[in-house]
Design a protein around this ligand. Structure first.
Ligand code: GLU
Length: 278
């Protein structure tokens, strides 16, 4: 692919670890002839901390990376995500969901079966059935609600033959139904990861989305959202995940393996690259 634009999109909710270093070096490597961006995925206000934000830029610079300025911060773009939601709403694809986690679990227990999707148990569709009057009444009462995508309707509009390309694994036909009626705006945050990432990759002109293979299934949904929102379709390259000595995927709470801790122990950026095979 000529001159790709790639991005590394961390959430400032913890210290960066070797898994992030791999993802960042991978994205920067693919953009050697193109543009490399960093994006702050900071819409989860409850977990974001300013010290993590400062630290992640320090860590990336320590690794020897350079990226374009300005860095896009998702929390500055809630108004844009709302425009995306309005477009989906105008297509009749969104509905308010008043369910709490507990309601959903009770409903699933009643149904006696619980299909799983990539983000957890599939939503049983309770609020999809509400009448317009009931929706209006509950919204009028100030009851909190999330916005869910009516996935069956969405696929009926977009078609079930949407293709996407992973540079390492080849072509896929999108199967977004694995997500069920996914949440696109949360009760506490007027956007979701899936909506914001798709809109921002388009806004920033990202042509090659690189990220861990744990997000490969998310791409099926992202491809659908791109079709509905009429956004350009990039290519993808999902890469391996970095695991610890027990074969477990590195997690942010695993402070011992943060890049800061390694740096304090005397690791150099070269040693990080060597240990990751970069
Ligand atoms: N913010 C996501 C993460 O930290 C990355 C999402 C993406 O690259 O699409 O896992």
């Amino acid at each position: 692919m000529p001159d790709p634009t790639t991005r590394f999109a961390p959430s400032p909710t913890g210290w960066l670890h070797l898994g992030h270093a791999y993802a960042a070096l991978f994205a920067a490597d693919r953009a050697r002839q193109g543009r490399f961006l960093v994006r702050l995925e900071d819409i989860d206000g409850t977990r974001v901390r300013p010290e993590y934000e400062t630290a992640l830029f320090e860590d990336l610079a320590w690794l020897g990376l350079r990226w374009e300025q300005p860095v896009l911060k998702q929390s500055d773009h809630f108004a844009d995500y709302r425009v995306g939601l309005q477009k989906l709403d105008a297509l009749g694809l969104l509905y308010p969901c008043f369910c709490t986690r507990k309601h959903i679990q009770e409903e699933i227990a009643r149904a006696g079966q619980a299909p799983h999707g990539p983000d957890g148990l599939l939503y049983p569709g309770t609020c999809r059935q509400l009448s317009a009057t009931e929706r209006a009444e509950r919204q009028g009462r100030g009851e909190a609600y999330a916005l869910r995508l009516d996935i069956a309707k969405a696929i009926a509009i977009a078609g079930n033959d949407l293709a996407w390309q992973d540079l390492a694994r080849g072509q896929f036909i999108a199967t977004p139904e694995i997500f069920g009626d996914v949440v696109l705006a949360r009760k506490d945050t007027p956007a979701s990861y899936h909506l914001s990432v798709v809109m921002d990759d388009a806004r920033q002109g990202v042509t090659l989305v690189t990220r861990g293979e744990d997000l490969l299934e998310a791409t099926h949904l992202h491809r659908l959202l791109m079709e509905l929102l009429k956004l350009p379709v990039p290519q993808w390259e999902h890469h391996r995940l970095i695991v610890d000595e027990n074969g477990r995927r590195l997690a942010k709470r695993d402070d011992a393996r943060s890049l800061r801790a390694l740096r304090e122990e005397g690791w150099t950026p070269e040693r990080v690259r060597d240990s990751l095979g970069c």
